[in-house]
Design a protein around this ligand. Structure first.
Ligand code: SIN
Length: 552
């Protein structure tokens, strides 16, 4: 195949991609591409739920305040305002479509509690909320004849003016304006072809796989961020990597998450000698914001030379635990032989969420026209320097919707029409002289080395010399990957490694640019600063762009 044409190209099949696709399908043909199976997304792994101020004594302004506070001075207040207000509508919409959330005996939504929230506002489907939402949306997508899903398809690069034959000999530094779709690898047939689209949305989630211990599935390789940056979009606040405080201490991939909702239900953190320690770190103790809890655990572990702390919920009965956390209770019991009503659970922090990403405006528009990004791929400004628990599914829903509404406006104006004359000129993918070098062991080795560097030098606690060392080593790995990429045939593992390496560079460069400790970025060479500020770390892409925010 050499070329496919669609109205909407959706890259990724989590909550952002699916919810966007369902709405867009009323207005044109939608093509979703996803690297593996359709339900392999970070969304499927979200346990806790969706935060929204729908409780009787809760209001969006309370949710706003909690989000701003967790964000440690760096949130974009307008984006947060949109999130907490429109979030209520988006959750209602999902319920009206038929999504079933857990309810109490009175039939009301059962609202859970998580760290940093001053109210019970976590709407959930037991403790496998993400999986239920993913399945629910996928079912709608599969029934929709205007939507096609292509599994085992991975975007290689976005198509911009740079690829169009007419412009091929133009100066490399010339302005790139629009996105025409993407070159895509069909992994099963080892073929690369172009998907030309009026509108493209990046919905690929985050990049937890930069680290060896992550709650993210193997698909989380920062693809959207790398695609956008290579194509000429800016990224923001990449240094803010959230480590979830309580992943099960057990070598399994991905690590098994013990939801923050378990602490919301009364679990306490204990050192290996049984003593409680969170009271020494924050008045909210176990329900302090995530950055504080993860750092406290990290500090205690390093001080004692120990590998894990315990999570203790043994004051609750089997019945209570199994009915509230069926997934965690049964997985611990059957797979790990831990009865959480009787035994402490060994836990350790693990990489969980990227709070920065591709810069977008309030309508999800990235720096290229006709290109949107939403969810973990994007930086809307709602997360500041530390995302509030259970705001991520909400952010995905809210900003995917806004991106859809914006695309509709452009469609009504026929804004995409001028691109048509260039579409014929989009060249086929140039395979060059690439050969199958059969050196796949290199990919595995480079990935392991990269992950170890990120864990050791760019983890929960950082220092400037460690970051500098990490950058030198990742730069050298990146050069090797690029060389390999230019000589060999392209495969999914190679593309993923290329994306992870680029994203890791961006994280470290942003971390070095931030001359303070704030939220999730803790550098022992700088004092902690939580004062309100919009001192974002913005990285310009290698391709120079004169104007930003092209209004998609
Ligand atoms: C959890 O259930 O603890 C994860 C929720 C989140 O990351 O927002």
């Amino acid at each position: 195949m050499s070329k496919l044409k669609t109205d909407y190209l959706v890259i990724g099949s989590g909550i952002v991609g699916l919810s966007f696709a369902i709405k867009a399908a009323d207005h044109g043909k939608v093509l979703i591409i996803t690297k593996g199976k359709s339900d392999e997304s970070a969304t499927s792994y979200a346990q806790g739920g969706i935060a929204a101020a729908i409780g009787k004594k809760d209001f969006p302004k309370n949710h706003f305040e909690d989000t701003i506070k967790a964000g440690a001075g760096l949130c974009d207040e307008k984006a947060v305002d949109i999130l907490v207000n429109e979030g209520v509508m988006r959750v209602q919409e999902l319920i009206e479509l038929g999504m079933k959330f857990t309810r109490n005996e009175k039939g009301e939504l059962d609202l859970g509690r998580e760290g940093g929230h001053t109210k019970n506002r976590i709407i959930h489907a037991h403790d496998y909320t993400g999986r239920e939402i993913e399945n629910f949306l996928l079912e709608m997508v599969r029934k929709n004849t205007n939507i096609t899903i292509k599994e085992n398809h991975m975007a290689v690069d976005l198509i911009t003016e740079h690829h169009i034959s007419k412009n091929k000999n133009k100066n490399k530094n010339e302005k790139v304006e629009s996105c025409f779709g993407a070159y895509v690898l069909d992994d099963e047939n080892a073929d690369i072809y172009s998907i030309v689209a009026d509108f493209t949305i990046l919905a690929t989630g985050g990049g937890g796989r930069m680290y060896p211990f992550s709650t993210n599935p193997s698909v989380s390789t920062a693809d959207g961020i790398a695609l956008a940056y290579r194509a000429g979009c800016r990224v923001r606040n990449m240094e803010f990597i959230q480590f979830h405080p309580t992943a099960l201490f057990y070598k399994i991939d991905p690590v098994f998450l013990i939801s923050e909702a378990v602490r919301g239900f009364g679990a306490k953190l204990r050192l290996q000698d049984g003593s409680l320690f969170m009271k020494n770190y924050h008045p909210a103790e176990e329900l302090a914001p995530r950055d504080i809890v993860a750092r406290a655990i990290d500090f205690e572990l390093k001080k004692r030379g120990e590998d894990f702390v315990y999570l203790d919920i043994t004051h609750k009965s089997d019945e209570e635990l199994e009915s509230n956390f069926p997934n965690i209770y049964n997985t611990l019991k059957k797979k790990f032989k831990i009865n959480m009503s009787k035994e402490y659970i060994p836990v350790v922090p693990a990489a969980h969420y990227m709070c920065g990403g591709v810069i977008v405006d309030y309508d999800g528009c990235a720096d290229l026209k006709f290109l949107y990004a939403a969810g973990e791929t994007a930086s809307t400004g709602v997360n500041g320097s530390n995302r509030l628990a259970s705001n991520s599914l909400l952010e995905g829903l809210v900003f995917a919707h806004r991106a859809f509404v914006h695309s509709l406006k452009l469609k009504e104006e026929n804004a995409e029409k001028y691109k048509k004359e260039f579409e014929e000129q989009i060249p086929e993918w140039d395979k060059g002289g690439a050969a199958n070098l059969k050196e796949w062991v290199l990919i595995k080795h480079e990935l392991q080395e990269l992950q170890d560097i990120m864990w050791d030098y760019v983890g929960i606690v950082r220092s400037t010399p460690r970051l500098e060392k990490a950058l030198r080593r990742i730069d050298s790995i990146y050069r090797e990957i690029r060389d390999f990429y230019n000589r060999t045939i392209i495969t999914r593992p190679l593309l993923e490694l290329r994306n992870i390496a680029l994203a890791s560079q961006l994280v470290i460069r942003s971390a070095l640019n931030r001359k303070e400790s704030r939220g999730l970025h803790y550098n022992t060479d700088y004092e902690e600063n939580t004062s309100p500020s919009r001192n974002d770390t913005i990285l310009e892409p290698a391709i120079y762009k004169k104007s930003h925010f092209n209004n998609c």
